[in-house]
Ligand binder design. Structure first.
Ligand code: SAH
Length: 283
């Protein structure tokens, strides 16, 4: 079993009985936990964790009871309300409760809903942000979520709503026009619809797209494709959720920034994928 390294010297907050700490676990790689998360893992009586939280991380809370509250699209899952009320019950029983969620708890993770229920029931909370898959997962694939030559904004969207249906409230023409880079969470189920909407709204069939599956874990897979071919390529390569889909020219930067490939001995494919011609001047 893995032993957690001691925390550096600092006055780390103490978890009091009856509190719930709602905490991001990052996208996968245990090294992407925050020190606040590690501090919480060491003190908790109970850890309630989601499907995307790695087992290694749980071993750092070996003193705690571990409760699985997994929710994965399309699969049977604990009801959101049941999870929130369970947190209330555990806190009222005087436990130090750590609610551990994949990525960042407030990014498409219903952390806000859980936190609200806790506050409504008078339970004191602390929020610990985490590295979100749409940023950290792309970074592990060598894709900068913003890059000066490509985008001055980025849009994070979710591919489906609570019931698993395609998100009806998204204004694809506006997103398409207004955002050079679009990062899609939970996009695999409805990728045909999403790609279709973007193309209909005027994005090029040749626009670069990356699909990063189980990002930051040992099983990370990256598919580089285009808006016109993404649907067929996902099927052909067997890419599966959980995946982050990135639409935009920043995907091209992977040709020079695939640091994992380079660490494994690959040469960079293209030192100047955006054809800037010379290294960026400092701003
Ligand atoms: N709160 C999380 C997102 C939860 S929604 C965060 O901030 O990252 C779940 C979706 O997140 C998945 O469907 C997938 O799109 C994305 N996701 C989470 N972890 C991922 C990973 N390791 N690799 C790729 N996508 C991931």
């Amino acid at each position: 079993m893995l032993e957690a390294a001691p925390l550096p010297d600092h006055s780390w907050p103490k978890m009091e009985p009856g509190w719930v700490w709602l905490c991001g676990a990052g996208p996968g790689d245990p090294g992407l936990l925050t020190l606040h998360a590690l501090n919480a893992l060491k003190q908790a009586d109970v850890v309630i964790y989601d499907a995307l939280v790695q087992q290694t991380i749980l071993t750092w809370a070996s003193q705690a009871e571990h409760i699985y509250a997994g929710k994965r699209g399309g699969k049977p899952s604990a009801k959101q309300r049941d999870i929130s009320l369970r947190l209330v019950d555990l806190a009222r029983a005087g436990k130090r409760v750590l609610r551990l969620k994949g990525g960042d708890p407030f990014v498409f993770g219903r952390g806000g809903e859980e936190a609200q229920t806790l506050v409504q029931h008078g339970i004191p909370i602390r929020i610990i942000p985490g590295v979100s898959a749409g940023i950290g997962g792309l970074a592990y694939a060598g894709i900068p979520v913003t890059h000066r030559d490509v985008n001055q904004s980025v849009t994070f969207v979710t591919g489906h709503d609570q019931s698993g249906n395609v998100t009806g409230s998204l204004d694809w023409p506006s997103i398409s026009r207004g955002s050079q880079v679009i990062v899609i969470y939970m996009g695999m189920k409805h990728i045909a619809h999403i790609a279709g909407e973007l193309i209909k709204a005027g994005r090029s069939l040749a626009e670069p797209v990356a699909v990063v599956s189980t990002a930051t874990t040992e099983d990370q897979k990256v598919l580089e494709t285009t808006l016109g071919t993404v649907v067929d390529d996902i099927t052909r390569t067997g890419m599966e959720p959980p995946s982050i889909i990135c639409v935009g020219r920043s995907v091209l930067m992977r040709q020079v920034l695939d640091w994992q490939g380079m660490a494994a001995g690959d040469a960079p494919r293209n030192l100047d994928p955006l054809e800037r011609g010379k290294p960026a001047e400092s701003a």
